[in-house]
Design a protein around this ligand. Structure first.
Ligand SMILES: Cc1ncc(COP(=O)(O)O)c(C=O)c1O
Length: 421
């Protein structure tokens, strides 16, 4: 049977962007079974900050596999679990003592962060934002904004979730301080367990908030006894040039969710939070059979070492600067580029039909990604309207490959201009 025949066994909802199976990956480069080589700017959707097949991570995983794969921490403990909890608690912003617990996926971390917040506050309502993406389970899908393809046909959704406007600096122009009024007219703030926000919006289009926004949410949360959750699943682990994006804004959230690059591609997520909040649920009330898998936990400890040893925070800022300056040049050349934005290595461009009306250009964005793929660059898109090109490359990408990939994006923008102009 040839590989293509397998397609008939896959549901329509499961598909891939690259048309060939991967054979192996190295750093930011992927080799497919048919012998093609790609520069991967998607980095496993932001999971591979340390790159594919980092030798130290590979060695760690091999060593752990030989000892044991699984026990369930609630049955037989392993020291790596509290060790990782300690390291992440020390890295988390703010002076308050922190604790951490581990899960499998990002969505599972968000679900559990909400459980910690509900137990802590004794309340049930949740506040989320426009452009948010928090996952695909019932609750996290409800917290997510974008209907298609994430929510359409999957309702009814979880109750008592309220969505506030997001200060999108490119598209909206509202006064951050109006949010209190928006909030208190929708729901009694004394009923709200948590406000959940991505400190830099990921899937929703790489939006960086104005400097006063997150401190204001902190104030609002404190005023009404609400827990503030930062979802750092995409923005954390050094991607913005600091370990947590929250550090750019000098805000201490009550809870932080992490996943993606945490364990270098092994499925692992975590909730880090103020000790008092993390201690609120009763013993035995938080868990899961596979949560905090020992191979993934060891892998995460090594990822933290690699981030430190290889200076990946500085590296994120450096590659971000290269990307911003190249994207700014592209904006000068191509009218379709409406906005260049981001923080650290979380850099994006937003494509529009017209710079005045800012009408989104999703088809053209898709075309740019397809044309780039033809030139062996894997380019992720994003945004509520699907008109954002974002960079999620491994932070270990070398300058040459990054520049080469950005040349390809530039050429693809030129080609769509010819086709559409
Ligand atoms: C900010 C954010 N939260 C949550 C999730 C969900 O993570 P997972 O796909 O691992 O469930 C994602 C995934 O893209 C994300 O970017």
């Amino acid at each position: 049977m040839t590989s293509t025949n397998y397609d008939q066994y896959l549901p329509e909802s499961i598909g891939s962007f690259v048309p060939n199976y991967i054979d192996r990956g190295q750093g930011a480069i992927v080799y497919t079974e048919n012998g093609d080589r790609y520069i991967d700017l998607s980095g496993g959707w932001g999971c591979l900050a340390v790159g594919y097949s980092h030798p130290k991570v590979v060695e760690t995983v091999k060593n752990q596999v030989e000892k044991f794969f699984h026990t369930d921490f609630s049955a037989i403990p392993y020291e790596s679990y509290p060790k990782l909890a300690a390291r992440l608690s020390e890295l988390a912003p703010g002076e308050t003592q922190k604790k951490a617990a581990f899960f499998n996926s990002g969505a599972e971390a968000v679900e559990n962060a909400v459980k910690f917040a509900k137990a802590d506050t004794g309340r049930g309502a949740l506040v989320t934002f426009q452009n948010a993406f928090h996952g695909r389970t019932l609750l996290t899908m409800t917290l997510t904004h974008k209907a298609n393809p994430y929510k359409a046909g999957f309702g009814p959704f979880a109750p008592d979730v309220y969505r506030l406007p997001y200060p999108n600096r490119y598209r909206s122009n509202f006064e951050v301080r109006e949010l209190e009024n928006e909030l208190t007219t929708m729901v009694d703030p004394e009923d709200v367990a948590a406000i959940i926000i991505e400190p830099v919006v990921g899937e929703g289009g790489f939006l960086v908030p104005p400097d006063d926004f997150l401190p204001y949410l902190r104030e609002l949360a404190d005023k009404y006894g609400i827990d503030l959750i930062f979802d750092e699943i995409q923005s954390g682990m050094g991607r913005t040039g600091k370990f947590f994006a929250a550090e750019h804004f000098d805000v201490e959230p009550d809870l932080i969710t992490v996943a993606k690059s945490l364990a270098g591609g092994m499925p692992l997520s975590g909730v880090i939070g103020k000790a008092e909040v993390m201690d609120a649920p009763k013993p035995g009330s938080i868990g899961g059979t596979y949560v905090g898998n020992p191979i993934a936990i060891r892998s995460a400890l090594t990822v933290l070492d690699v981030i430190e040893e290889e200076g990946l925070l500085e590296r994120a800022s450096e590659i971000g600067e290269i990307a911003v300056s190249r994207f700014r040049q592209m904006k000068q050349k191509h009218d379709i580029v409406g906005d260049v934005r981001g923080l650290g290595a979380m850099i994006a461009i937003e494509l529009v039909q017209d710079r005045e009306t800012k009408e989104p250009a999703p088809e053209i964005t898709q075309k740019v990604a397809e044309l780039s793929l033809e030139e062996n660059v894997i380019l992720p898109t994003a945004g509520l309207h699907g008109n954002v090109i974002r960079l999620l490359m491994p932070l270990v990408i070398d300058k040459e490959n990054l520049e080469r990939a950005l040349d390809v994006v530039d050429n693809s923008l030129e080609k769509v201009k010819t086709n559409h102009g």
